[in-house]
Design a protein around this ligand. Sequence first.
Ligand SMILES: Nc1ncnc2c1ncn2[C@@H]1O[C@H](COP(=O)(O)OS(=O)(=O)O)[C@@H](OP(=O)(O)O)[C@H]1O
Ligand SMILES: Nc1ncnc2c1ncn2[C@@H]1O[C@H](COP(=O)(O)OP(=O)(O)O)[C@@H](O)[C@H]1O
Length: 177
Amino acid sequence: MTGATIWLTGLPSAGKTTLAHELAGRLRGEGHRVEVLDGDEIREFLSAGLGFTRADRHTNVQRIGFVAELLASNGVKALVPVIAPYADSREAVRKRHQTEGTAYLEVHVATPVEVCSERDVKGLYAKQAAGEISGLTGVDDPYEAPESPDLRLESHTQTVQESAAALHTLLTERGLA
Ligand SMILES: Nc1ncnc2c1ncn2[C@@H]1O[C@H](COP(=O)(O)OS(=O)(=O)O)[C@@H](OP(=O)(O)O)[C@H]1O
Ligand SMILES: Nc1ncnc2c1ncn2[C@@H]1O[C@H](COP(=O)(O)OP(=O)(O)O)[C@@H](O)[C@H]1O
């Protein structure tokens, strides 16, 4: 089976993790091998000790990109719900896949910051507003939105199922599902 990395980039609470797991379920049901490289889990193990500076975020994204490519080149659909706020970090991951001849799709989960901060799944926006944390992506830390992603999802105007269906359609169009 053809492997691929599908990177879901977007702000905290945009819907990256939810969509990755929804898509994973659909793909598994069709017999695909799937791994979700969850940002929080990766930061507990593979990227333990890294923080949220530009340099640390870059290192984190390159490590995840490396593992995703290994999985994808062995027939796995590697779903990556990780913010990856910097365009040059994402570009380096894309190039690595290109060099190795491995399929790579960039999906922008383009939920506006106002909606994300209302969802505030992990309470980070509230903590930032209360001055308890700083350097929150999209608020007081940069997020460089992709200029030409393979797909841009408007998760605030769609249900989870509609967004996941759009993602699945993209994979089908590219011969990956
Ligand atoms: N300052 C700050 N900025 C952004 N995110 C923060 C921050 N502090 C903690 N968190 C939590 O860590 C998750 C982001 O980790 P990632 O590995 O996806 O980010 S990055 O690509 O390295 O920037 C992110 O997870 P998601 O909410 O699922 O996106 C946050 O829950
Ligand atoms: N179309 C949609 N796609 C993804 N999530 C959605 C959508 N509509 C509403 N949501 C909700 O938004 C929240 C997103 O949280 P989460 O997936 O953890 O975000 P992230 O991983 O980007 O931080 C979830 O509570 C989810 O149910």
